[in-house]
Write a protein of this length. Structure first.
Length: 202
């Protein structure tokens, strides 16, 4: 084997080893990066879901039901008011068990719930972070539970929406892990079958 051919073969072999090493490294690191992205994105989606939940609970406190409309919910956050209630002991009650609730003022919903959040925008409530404009799936209804009619609400964000741009096969795998155990493949709070506002991340 002449010297030139030997150098060429050594160069090709070195390049092949480097490429193989890179592919092995990527095969290890890609799931690691995906997991980190999943955690980072989930954290922001959960925060948005918590904001929606807080707004829905405040809405129900005023109107005795949840709303299935983001337009209605956002308008409530921007323009609605929550009563400031002052509770005192009933002076006519000798058992000291009764109280009197007196509304002394009203405070804007947005100021009350999100006043400590810089750059908060009520209109952003409808949008799933990282989804490029997709909206949360929002439903509100009433169901019979123990012979009593109760209000329910459910808000969902599918993995496909907020994991956009990540490795497609890893998204499919993530969805399948949830579907295999009959769980919602994404993040959500509430239920249309139970009077609960729990989040599936809790």
């Amino acid at each position: 084997m002449n010297k030139t051919l030997k150098i060429v073969l050594q160069t090709v072999l070195t390049i092949g080893i480097l490429i193989l090493g890179y592919l092995v490294y990527e095969s290890i690191m890609e799931p690691v990066r995906f997991k980190k992205n999943l955690e980072d994105r989930s954290e922001k989606v959960v925060q948005r879901l918590k904001d929606i939940r807080n707004a829905q609970i405040a809405y129900k406190g005023i109107y005795d039901s949840y709303t299935g409309s983001f337009d209605t919910l956002i308008n409530f956050v921007e323009n609605g008011e929550i009563p400031v209630v002052y509770i005192i002991q009933d002076p006519d009650d000798t058992t000291f068990t009764k109280t009197i609730a007196d509304t002394i003022d009203f405070i804007n919903v947005e100021d009350s719930l999100f006043g400590n959040r810089r750059h908060f925008s009520a209109d952003s409530l409808r949008y799933i972070p990282f989804s490029r404009g997709e909206e949360f799936e929002l439903q509100a209804d009433t169901i019979k539970k123990g012979g009593v009619e109760v209000d329910v609400v459910e808000v969902k964000a599918h993995y496909k929406a907020f994991l956009k741009g990540l490795e497609e096969q890893l998204i499919i795998n993530q969805i399948k892990t949830k579907e295999d155990i009959d769980k919602y493949p994404g993040l959500k709070f509430g239920s249309l079958k139970e009077p609960s506002t729990d989040g599936n991340w809790e």
